[in-house]
Design a protein around this ligand. Structure first.
Ligand code: 6PG
Length: 251
């Protein structure tokens, strides 16, 4: 499903609404809401909105478990750390029990950090079939998502739910959820805005399928819902055919 928004602010409001709606539904149905947050710049505004009224008052914070779709293997207080961004924008301002916040710690050793996260996820889902209720993802201009970068061997990981990866382009180790876990989610929502993303959005959604070159194309939930939340500029190269059935969000 594609949802198109007038601008990044509208997109962020809709993403915050989606988070609250899914959190309330999951807590009502299963007593808890397990969400994986994306890093990068795009989701920042959504996280900030969730810490404000009305969203903060509508959300069952004490029943939510926060995970990350990926992490840069840098110190927790490094500006590039995804968990640090989400804590400053949201988690430091809402009553989530600290035991429910599960950052990926991989700065000392990416392999050990990813292995620990893998074990943590298996404990959380008591090794049954995992099902995150919501995964937020971004889209890089080269078609990466989470830390699934083009031609990376991590995409071949079929059994593990989290894995370490060396990102050559950034000369940085990262840890990422694997497509196996992401595709088991109930809802996966890409948040993409900006004219600089229009070309890659068109390539991913309308181009040839080439998942090694375009890892975002690997994201196809087995039973869950895939939502592309795009602002007008990021969606500007999509054809009417692709957009058919899209929901144009009225603020
Ligand atoms: C990260 C993200 C990454 C991000 C995309 C888009 O850790 O950087 O997980 O996959 O979502 O690169 O980033 P922007 O939202 O900043 O464009």
């Amino acid at each position: 499903m594609i949802r198109r928004f007038d601008d990044p602010e509208c997109l962020s409001h809709a993403a915050a609404d989606l988070f609250v709606q899914l959190a309330r539904k999951a807590v009502y149905e299963r007593g808890r809401f397990s969400v994986a947050l994306s890093g990068g710049k795009t989701p920042l505004r959504t996280y900030q909105l969730l810490a404000q009224r009305p969203w903060r008052d509508q959300t069952p914070w004490t029943n939510i478990h926060f995970f990350w779709s990926d992490e840069r293997c840098v110190a927790a207080d490094d500006d590039r750390n995804n968990a640090r961004m989400a804590k400053r924008a949201l988690l430091n301002h809402v009553p989530v029990p600290s035991a429910h916040v599960h950052p990926i710690r991989c700065d000392a050793d990416s392999k050990a950090g990813a292995a620990h996260y893998n074990a943590l996820l298996r404990t959380h889902f008591s090794a049954k079939a995992p099902a995150l209720d919501l995964v937020f993802l971004g889209l890089g201009r080269n078609g990466h998502t989470a830390s699934l970068f083009p031609f990376s061997p991590v995409m071949e990981q079929k059994k593990r739910w989290a894995a370490e990866v060396y990102v050559i382009e950034q000369q940085m180790y990262r840890a990422t959820l694997t497509p196996t876990l992401i595709n088991a989610a109930r809802v996966v929502a890409f948040l993409v805005s900006g004219s600089e993303k229009a070309q890659i959005v068109e390539t991913v959604l309308e181009g040839e399928t080439d998942t090694r070159r375009l890892p975002a194309q690997l994201i196809r939930p087995y039973n869950g819902q895939l939502i592309w939340m795009l602002d007008q500029t990021a969606a500007s190269r999509l054809t009417a055919h692709t957009l058919q059935g899209e929901i144009h969000y009225e603020p």
